[in-house]
Design a protein around this ligand. Structure first.
Ligand code: NAD
Ligand code: MG
Length: 386
């Protein structure tokens, strides 16, 4: 019997987390679950713990500790609570691979801790690389830790690069669905509400990434994610709108040859690929049928309307703490939009003003990243009152 890979699933109650558990449940000969973590959803966390019998669980919201502890009192599952506990369990030696599926900046510290404890990383949490990509990649190199992308575009590129170790990349082509507001103009966008923005045409995802997809910030974050994962210069990263989301991204090599990875849009596929790498695992997921799809379309992104993509391109080129600042302002703005505090177009305004306000640092230390994040959050939050 092959040894099971022991998985720590950070963010198990989210969209990626739940789909990862479906993949694991279908492959219990290959994977076991050792750690589950959630922010507030105690009910689902307990249910998952009872089903997968992990070594421990963390509920980040300390007010929920007693409920979780009591519900699991008759089991051997250890229960921890609080933000610090996320880092503490990330350092435990009961697991082999972390699936980093917490959303936002909150995923950074546990992921860094896992790397520093020589754990392989299946990375869904793109914000970790946006905030401190240089430090994360250096630490991964130092600890000889693989970072396998879960984001579908980066999984596509990763898969296209297999067998190409000695062949330089000319450029990568990141495909974007365009989100629910593809083709719309500012006079339409000014009035959109969260209910519209949360309706993604091709993917069902958590709230934050759904809004990021509607503003195209998601693609901006993904450009920066790609820069670090594949060691690219900003000028080697191109974004193309592809509304069908069948081509998940492409790599162009120095002879002009382009490799693409394709399939139906289903996150279970890149999740399963990252968990099982280097092996592909057979499954019964629906297959893409060329005979039923007559057109695959491509177009230039409208950066004048979706200015978040222009701001992210600026952050990508300038580097330093600017992507970190942009990410912090975006998180504040997106959650304000989700609480109906600001309009859709105000998201971009807040990000732009914050990027202009916070002092630029060319080569930040980890602490300077933390400080830039905090400063940017405070400033962005101060704009909401206006
Ligand atoms: P989600 O909102 O559905 O789930 C987030 C998870 O993180 C939950 O388990 C939640 O409890 C936990 N969490 C949130 N805030 C936390 C905090 N402060 N401390 C501790 N835990 C916290 O998000 P999602 O859609 O699953 O996305 C997760 C990550 O994966 C994001 O970085 C996203 O960009 C990336 N991603 C998601 C998809 C997708 O299809 N959903 C695709 C590609 C990449
Ligand atoms: Mg993606």
């Amino acid at each position: 019997m092959i040894k099971q890979k022991r998985i720590a699933l950070f963010g198990s109650t989210g969209s990626i987390g739940k789909q990862a558990l479906e993949v694991i449940a279908a492959n219990t000969d290959k994977f076991s679950v050792e750690i589950l973590t959630a922010q507030t959803n105690d009910v689902l966390l307990v249910q998952q713990a009872l089903q997968f019998n992990p070594n421990c669980v963390v509920i980040a919201d300390e007010r929920k500790y007693a409920t979780v502890k009591e519900a699991l009192a008759h089991t051997h599952v250890k229960v921890f609570a609080g933000e610090k506990a996320l880092e503490e369990v990330a350092a435990m030696n009961c697991y082999d691979m972390m699936l980093a599926a917490i959303v936002g900046y909150a995923g950074l510290k546990p992921t860094l801790t896992a790397i520093q404890h020589n754990k392989a990383i299946a990375l869904a949490n793109k914000e970790t690389l946006v905030v401190a990509g240089d430090i994360i990649m250096q630490e991964a190199l130092k600890h000889k830790v693989p970072i396998i992308p879960v984001d579908s575009e980066h999984s596509a590129i990763f898969q296209c690069l297999i067998g190409e170790t000695n062949n330089p990349i000319e450029k990568i082509i990141l495909t974007a669905s365009g989100g629910p507001f593809l083709g719309k103009k500012p006079n339409f966008l000014v009035n959109v509400k969260k209910e519209h923005a949360l309706q993604h045409p091709n993917w069902s995802m958590g709230a934050k990434i759904s809004i990021d997809s509607a503003t195209l910030m998601n693609k901006g974050l993904e450009m920066i994610e790609a820069k670090w994962l594949f060691n690219l210069h900003a000028s080697q990263i191109q974004v193309v709108i592809h509304p069908q989301s069948i081509i998940h991204s492409m790599v162009q090599f120095e002879d002009g040859s382009i490799k693409a990875q394709m399939g139906l849009p289903d996150m279970k596929l890149p999740i399963q690929y990252a968990l099982g790498f280097p092996k592909r695992i057979p499954n019964q997921f629906p297959r893409f049928d060329f005979k039923k799809t007559s057109t695959l379309q491509f177009e230039e992104p409208d950066m004048r309307t979706f200015r978040n993509l222009a701001l992210a391109t600026e952050a990508l080129y300038k580097g330093g703490n600017l992507p970190c600042v942009m990410n912090a302002a975006n998180e504040i703005a997106v959650y304000a939009f989700l609480r109906n505090r600001i309009g859709f177009l105000d998201i971009t305004e807040m990000i732009e003003q914050t990027m202009n306000k916070i002092t630029f640092i060319e080569q930040p230390t980890l602490n300077e990243y933390f400080e830039s994040d905090a400063e940017a959050r405070n400033f962005a939050a101060s704009l909401i009152q206006l």
